[in-house]
Design a protein around this ligand. Structure first.
Ligand code: MTE
Length: 322
């Protein structure tokens, strides 16, 4: 993500230059051999001083909701991240989220619902059957990964709160804790990070709340202990480390559209036909393997999920509601 007013971030193909810079920095430290595999991805993320990921969330794969492409490795998934609360470089979250404590955790539910209050993560998880789903993920910055999430449909949780007929949207908030999240001491975004979905998007069976990846507890940098996953939308909709869920009558404010409304919309449906004002969305670079200089692949409408979700937007001008 690049905020146009932020002078520290270069426009254009930032992902490639960042990989290059990170590699150079590590070369300077003399650890390049240990830190990088063929992928050019930083393997320090799961290195010796990081706690080993816990195998708590082994769950059966839901094949009907999974793509057949080969998933990215856990190292790739947990070392190339966007989580501005822990820094703006792709390698920052893995480094700076190590000391983050995602337990104990609770989520406040408020707004237009019959059931409201504060719920521990255990309260939330107890009645939900977890499943694994391999999803194609597409970042607005034109890179992609394939990720085996473990979670449960957000819609199943929403039903438990019994939203009222006034609830047209669901809004989400990330933890605000500048002591633990050093990025929140910088004014890169208007903290805390907030996101939202229309109620029918939130209830769609593809929309997940994820608590794990590869059967393991979510790495902190991926949004521990619980984050949103909406595979047909650009990655910034997938808000991490959620502490509040609010049911609202009006469309909620979202962090990136608040920062640059002409660049990042509320809907953020993956759409190769609607370019970002500063780059094309027609293709993407798949992160992983030997892909540092790999050919770009075409981006698919709704990230390949059109047959399942396009009907949510019938009659909407997707250029206007981008
Ligand atoms: N959530 C919070 N709270 N803060 C963030 O900076 N970045 C978003 C999203 N969720 C972000 C966030 C963006 S831009 C992307 S692409 C995805 O997280 C990246 O998720 P990943 O690092 O697990 O791949």
């Amino acid at each position: 993500m690049t905020r146009p007013t932020d002078p520290r971030i270069l426009p254009s193909d930032i992902t490639r230059s960042e990989l290059f810079l990170n590699r150079r920095r590590l070369l300077e430290l003399g650890v390049a051999g240990a830190a990088f595999g063929a992928s050019g991805v930083n393997h320090l993320a799961l290195g010796a001083d990081a706690p080993p990921p816990v195998d708590r969330y082994k769950a059966p794969r839901n094949a009907a909701f999974s793509v057949t492409e080969t998933p990215n490795t856990l190292e790739e998934i947990s070392s190339y991240n966007n989580f501005y609360e822990f820094g703006t470089d792709k390698s920052d979250p893995a480094m700076n989220a190590r000391a983050f404590k995602p337990t104990p955790w609770s989520i406040t539910v408020d707004g237009e619902a019959e059931v409201k209050g504060s719920f521990t993560l255990e309260d939330i998880l107890k009645p939900q059957a977890l499943e694994e789903r391999v999803y194609r993920m597409r970042c607005v910055e034109a890179w992609s990964m394939v990720i085996p999430w473990v979670g449960f449909p957000l819609g199943d949780l929403i039903k438990r709160f019994r939203p009222t007929s006034k609830a047209k949207y669901v809004a989400f908030t990330t933890l605000m804790d500048p002591k633990q999240m050093p990025g929140e001491r910088d004014r890169v975004l208007d903290w805390p990070y907030v996101e939202g979905l229309r109620m029918d998007e939130a209830m769609h069976p593809l929309t997940l709340l994820a608590v794990g990846v590869y059967g393991k507890v979510l790495p902190n940098q991926n949004g521990a202990p619980i984050r949103l996953v909406v595979p047909w939308k650009y990655g910034f909709k997938g808000i991490k480390s959620i502490v509040r869920i609010s049911f609202t009558e009006n469309q909620p404010r979202t962090s990136w559209s608040g920062a640059a409304a002409n660049e990042y919309g509320f809907y953020a449906n993956v759409n190769p036909a609607v370019d970002h004002p500063r780059w094309s969305q027609a293709t993407e670079r798949h992160i992983g393997g030997s892909s540092l200089f790999a050919k770009r692949q075409p981006t698919l409408p709704f990230n390949g999920y059109a047959s399942q979700v396009a009907s949510l937007y019938t009659g909407m001008d997707l250029r206007r509601y981008f």
